[in-house]
Design a protein around this ligand. Structure first.
Ligand code: A3P
Length: 293
């Protein structure tokens, strides 16, 4: 398939973006949510696909078995803001979903979320991942995804990440913006990728209780088994290999799926205060950056 040249970043209402996430802006801002819609929101590379897959399994594994083997996860859980004019739009994909609840993915910073989600009081699952792993994962993703801006070399990439010049803007603003929002919105469940890795069962219970689901322990076991890193990595419907813009010769979509142990250690042993957790992670990056200068 002939792909257009890689896009350039530009400033969009104070956030770095590329056209495929802004071309359909007016249209997706007018998106009509339904009260039972579930929005999965993340900064890129925080485990969006993993959590999308877990939710899809929780809701549809038993009733729609074929779905697991025939429909890629990115079609089961459409990406609301994505649009290639004349070809497809995530919003249309959501509008065409026939299943209920509709599971919807977004990377939008909180201030860009269409107002209908708030009016309908939809449940939103936000997943945050530490900055270090997010930027490494994003770098490899941008290398293999020709629809993303040219990543350049690692040190300039890291610098741009620190400056918030990434698609969907600053990691700091994103995780902080959503964190502030959830304080006054009980319908937002704020999860951490690292907790999902360390205490999958506990986090799954949290998720189920938030969604009002009570799967049997056998069902939970099956969901956890299917959503294991290696099982997803070997599943064509979940590992991104069905997506034509991803070049697996450069990097797999699911690379390591592990938290960076030093970071986990640092922020697990720091105060429980969220800001402190991420401040510690960010300062590690700062130190690295300073060393490089
Ligand atoms: P790495 O690049 O560090 O391996 P997203 O879906 O938001 O793009 O996030 C992708 C990241 O989530 C990748 O991180 C990928 O490996 C990781 N991931 C996907 N499925 C996972 C799973 N089942 N367990 C742990 N990590 C997973």
């Amino acid at each position: 398939m002939d792909l257009p040249p890689r896009p350039e970043l530009f400033d969009f209402h104070g956030v770095s973006m590329i056209p495929c996430f802004t071309d359909n802006w007016e249209n997706y801002q007018n998106f009509q949510a339904r009260p039972d819609d579930i929005l999965i929101a993340t900064y890129p590379k925080a485990g969006t696909t993993w959590v999308s897959y877990i939710l899809d399994l929780l809701y549809f594994r038993e009733s729609l078995e074929d779905r697991q083997t025939t429909i890629p996860i990115y079609e089961r859980v459409p990406f609301l803001e994505i649009c290639v004019p004349g070809l497809f739009s995530g919003k249309d994909q959501v509008d065409n979903l026939t299943t209920s609840p509709r599971l919807i993915k977004t990377h939008l910073p909180v201030q860009f979320v269409p107002k209908s989600f708030w009016e309908q009081n939809c449940r939103i699952v936000y997943v945050a991942r530490n900055a270090k792993d997010s930027v490494v994962s994003f770098f490899h993703f941008d290398r293999m995804n020709k629809a993303q801006p040219e990543p350049g070399d690692w040190s300039s990439y890291l610098k741009r990440f620190m400056d918030g010049k990434m698609v969907f803007g600053s990691w700091y603003e994103h995780v902080k913006g959503w964190w502030e929002k959830q304080k006054s919105h009980p319908n937002i469940l704020y999860l951490f990728y690292e907790d999902l890795i360390e205490n999958t069962e506990e986090e799954l219970d949290k998720l189920c209780s938030f969604l009002g689901l009570s799967p049997s322990s056998e069902s939970k076991k099956q969901v956890m088994e299917k959503a294991l890193f290696d099982n997803m990595k070997n599943n064509k419907m979940a590992n991104g290999s069905a997506d034509a813009v991803l070049d697996f010769k450069i990097s797999p979509f699911m690379r390591k799926g592990l938290p960076y142990l030093v970071v986990v250690f640092v922020y697990k042993s720091s105060s429980d205060f969220f800001g402190a957790k991420f401040y510690r992670c960010s300062s590690l990056i700062d130190q690295k950056l300073k060393k490089k200068r």
